[in-house]
Design a protein around this ligand. Structure first.
Ligand code: CA
Length: 298
């Protein structure tokens, strides 16, 4: 039985086949990253990664009229900073493991979220929370095989960029910031005892001694790890910065702001921020990732 001919005067038909879903152009992203042991520590317990995800389509065979059919590739990026705790090289291992486990889980995932849509945040939360549980299970397995690893732990802060939207997920006190129109905004809340006390009204000067005491981190002994997950709409010209506390303990928000203003290139900004942390004392390992969000070329 022949298929009915499509009515070219039908607007809905034209819209769905020719125009697709209306979209604004995604933002391009350029990245820089730097990590340094610092001036006091013997080893670097920080690890970082910037990962590109790509969904490409190409029509190999068809008898459909493909004139005007757009098949742009979709790109998404994950930027991750992990700061290990545990000493004796175990912190270094924990922060590396959390990245490696994340890669393996993503590779095994039946689908990747490549676009942000209203309503998809709940799915993303579910997915990241499930990742968190699996990360915990695998860290526990490592510690079961080698009890010396029982006290290892790590922070985990991730910025996932899709077009004009970002998801920021984090555990611990590595931070994510958004730099927009010359102003710096902290996107994450430190999971430290100091922050918890400040939240219930304890004066900041009385909490300083607890600023490195994590109340939430990945590790074999961690119970009920809570991953904060937020949606951040992006604008052209935004810069997203992820860093370990080796930066934020040494370099004030004002200094970070002035460095980002002074260095418009992502890699130059990262190098300059690490340099500042070292100049200010370099007491800890310091790691920085910067993403510069720009407009689509052409
Ligand atoms: Ca640290």
């Amino acid at each position: 039985m022949p298929l009915p001919e499509a009515d070219s005067s039908n607007d809905t038909y034209e819209f769905s086949l020719r125009s697709g879903i209306p979209q604004s152009f995604p933002l391009t992203a350029r990245f820089g990253a730097a990590s340094h042991t610092g001036l006091r520590r013997a080893n670097n317990e920080d690890h970082y990664a910037v990962v590109q995800r790509r969904r490409a389509r190409k029509i190999l065979l068809t008898n459909v009229d493909t004139g005007g059919l757009g098949l742009p590739d979709d790109e998404a990026y994950a930027m991750i900073v992990a700061d290990g705790i545990g000493g004796c090289g175990f912190g270094e291992l924990a922060s590396e493991l959390v990245l490696r486990i994340g890669w393996e889980l993503a590779a095994a995932a039946p689908f990747w979220v490549m676009k942000f849509r209203a309503g998809v945040i709940d799915k993303i939360r579910e997915k990241i929370t499930a990742y968190g549980r699996q990360i915990q299970e695998q860290l526990r397995e490592y510690a079961t095989k080698d009890p010396a690893l029982a006290d290892m732990g790590t922070t985990w802060t991730c910025g996932y960029l899709m077009g004009r939207d970002a998801i920021v997920a984090h555990v611990g006190d590595s931070r994510a910031y958004l730099f927009r129109k010359l102003s710096l905004r902290q996107l994450t809340r430190d999971h430290t005892l100091a922050q918890t006390l400040r939240d219930v009204g304890v004066p900041a000067e009385e909490t300083a001694q607890y600023k490195h005491l994590l109340v939430n981190s990945f590790g074999p002994h961690s119970e009920k790890v809570k991953i904060d997950i937020d949606h951040v709409p992006l604008e052209e010209g935004d810069r997203m910065l992820l860093c370990s506390d080796g930066l934020t303990d040494m370099v004030s928000d004002d200094e970070i702001t002035s460095t980002l203003v002074e260095f418009p290139d992502a890699q130059a900004a990262c190098d300059a921020l690490v340099e500042r942390a070292l100049r200010n004392g370099g007491k800890d390992n310091v790691t920085v990732i910067v993403a510069d969000l720009g407009s689509q070329p052409g």
